[in-house]
Write a protein that binds this ligand. Sequence first.
Ligand code: CP
Length: 305
Amino acid sequence: MRVPHGLLGIEDLTREEIQEVLDRSRNFQPRDRGKLDLLRGRMVVNLFFEASTRTRTSFEIAAKRLGADTISITAQASSVSKGESLVDTLNTLAAMRPDAIIMRHAASGAPHFLQRYLDTPIINAGDGTHEHPTQALLDARTILDRGAALEGLRVAIIGDIAHSRVARSNVYLLSKFGAQIVLCGPASLLPVELQRIAPGITLTTNMREAICQADVIMMLRVQLERQHEASFPASEYFQFYGLRLEHLELARPNVIVMHPGPINRGREISSEVADSQRSVILSQVENGIAVRMAVLERVLRGVRN
Ligand code: CP
């Protein structure tokens, strides 16, 4: 299904559409404190059924910087906690005529399903293990800020691939731009079906092999909240899949280390790496505002470059 006005996933976007959002985001500098009035009089609802620090806050800041009004609702504070269905909740909010609903939900496909019932555009802020489109956009923007083109870039994505919507959205985006993608993690967390998205993708359980000559190392959190049984011995995870300073020597000299956050120090990444010169984790957070401003403008005003 293709929804022309919302943003459900990177899968739906063409390379040109992605490039337009990234280019437009350069007009919005998060350090500019001034408020624009590009979305004055518009209203955006932030509806989060899962915890979030970065995504929810940066969408709210982005909307406010563009002059829109925002309302944030969490699952606990909504009538879903009284048994209201998701469709009824969304229809109720849509009846108040917001211009867009930004939504995070634990069920993969929830925003796609709801968009069929709603005229209000939905922006997917993460659906289960499926997609997190604005994370992949801000990741691409962060890589490009380092001066590297995406084409031919070797990107190692390491960790809990199976439960990661960030990995899936990045695989869609990076493969559209011709990057060389290596997915790495314990065999139980390394789904081979991702090779269907990008046939040229490499899968390995060997972290050193994944990092060898990498331009970008993207670490992922182990998503224990989505695992119903142990997929690996937790006590040995850091030994085999935790990023340490010694690993960086295997990568290209100007490698960057990324992580969508929240990071678990000592589980998937050491503090020495997270706080090192090679880490761009906080640049990712900062770019999240500019990219989400570009997405909101595009969705609410239909602005193209
Ligand atoms: N990267 C990310 O989605 O972080 P939050 O869960 O804090 O929004």
